[in-house]
Design a protein around this ligand. Structure first.
Ligand code: ATP
Length: 340
């Protein structure tokens, strides 16, 4: 089912001062079956937004609709939404089987139905050999899968996932990411996934919503945001290494004024004799698959990423260049994009 947020505002009471606003009028439409990733720096309001959708926080203003129905004043249990938290609260004294079945039993589903549902989800998530174990006898990744199973078995209309992979090591995280994506597509359920990991955002989301200081900075398909960030902030936030933003009075192709421009590291050409900008190499990082060169220019720091390993060394001066089509223009170093 679709999830709609209309003008959602939330402030938290502060002990001695006025309430501190955390969400400033969030509008977001998540169509049925979509996986949207909410991404943003620490404190930008991601978890608060999820909690508002789940009904765990009361809104100060605005509304939440699920499948077109206004659930703003419904209790969490009435919303038919499953939430998987970063801290996986599995019941320590219950087996994996009992943990997964817990919600269904609480709903008084017939035992035969519970058994079938648990068996189904255990097969999907490859948990069958673990059904008799306690959470303390599982690895972090296995616990993660149990928490997901517990959410899936309820067959909710939508999933809310709050940094569900943050406790996993990188290899497991990559695998779990693919599993979650495949599962969500197979189930065809709407999912709202919170992370501060931009790689997760780029790879998991049908769309990404970038949150900054309680406001939606930009919403769109991952590559749309990567190629056409609506602000210097989004340009820096998505991409590893990030877009370099250089300060310079420049004219856009349609002759509008911009005070800064951005360029992706993989679009910077190094050691080009007829280059546009003079730069000094400061640091060279060999990542393995590519090399990242940190350059100092009179317009600010510039990163270049190249597949080769034979690159200029720290202290050397090089000329760099970029194609006009790869340059993005901004009102300032921290400003909105000047289109096109
Ligand atoms: P992170 O990535 O660190 O989890 P986040 O984007 O999820 O951050 P939130 O947890 O939503 O951010 O917090 C947003 C802001 O609201 C923060 O400044 C936080 O300190 C504040 N906040 C969150 N919960 C409460 C609360 N119960 N009382 C007061 N302030 C709160």
């Amino acid at each position: 089912m679709s999830v709609s947020l209309r003008g959602v505002e939330k402030a938290f009471a502060a002990r001695s001062a006025a309430p501190i606003p955390v969400l400033h009028g969030i509008d977001l439409e998540v169509p049925d079956g979509e996986m949207i990733v909410i991404v943003g720096p620490s404190g930008s309001g991601k978890t608060t937004l999820l909690r508002c959708i789940a009904g765990l926080e009361e809104l100060d203003r605005g509304s939440v609709l699920v499948g077109g129905r206004d659930v703003t004043h419904d209790d969490p249990g009435e919303r038919d939404i499953a939430m998987v938290f970063q801290e996986l609260a599995l019941y320590p004294h219950l087996t994996v089987r009992a943990n997964i079945a817990f919600g269904l039993k609480a709903r008084k589903s017939p035992p035969a139905e519970v058994a079938v549902a648990v068996a189904d989800v255990a097969r999907t998530l490859e948990l069958e050999p673990l059904l008799g174990r306690l959470p303390s006898e599982l690895s972090g990744g296995e616990r993660q899968r149990v928490a997901l199973a517990r959410a899936i078995v309820r067959d909710p209309t939508a999933f809310l996932l709050d940094e569900p992979l943050s406790n996993l090591d990188p290899a497991l995280r990559t695998r779990a990411r693919v599993e979650i994506r495949t599962l969500q597509r197979d189930l065809g359920r709407t999912a709202i996934y919170v992370t501060h990991d931009q790689v997760e955002a780029m790879t998991l989301g049908d769309r990404i919503a970038v949150l900054r200081n309680g406001r939606v900075e930009q919403v769109g398909a991952p590559l749309e945001l990567y190629d056409h960030p609506a602000s210097a902030f989004v340009g820096r936030f998505l991409g590893t290494p990030p877009m370099s933003i250089l300060s310079s009075e420049v004219l856009t192709p349609d002759r509008r004024k911009a005070a800064a421009f951005g360029i992706r590291p993989e679009r910077v050409r190094l050691a080009d004799a007829d280059g546009d900008v003079k730069a000094t190499v400061e640091v060279v990082e060999h990542i393995g698959s590519s090399t990242v060169v940190h350059l100092r220019t009179s317009h600010g720091e510039l990163l270049a990423r190249t597949p080769g390993r034979d690159v200029p060394q720290p202290g050397e001066t090089v000329m760099v260049s970029f194609a006009d089509r790869d340059i993005r223009f901004f009102e300032s170093e921290d400003g909105r994009a000047v289109t096109p």
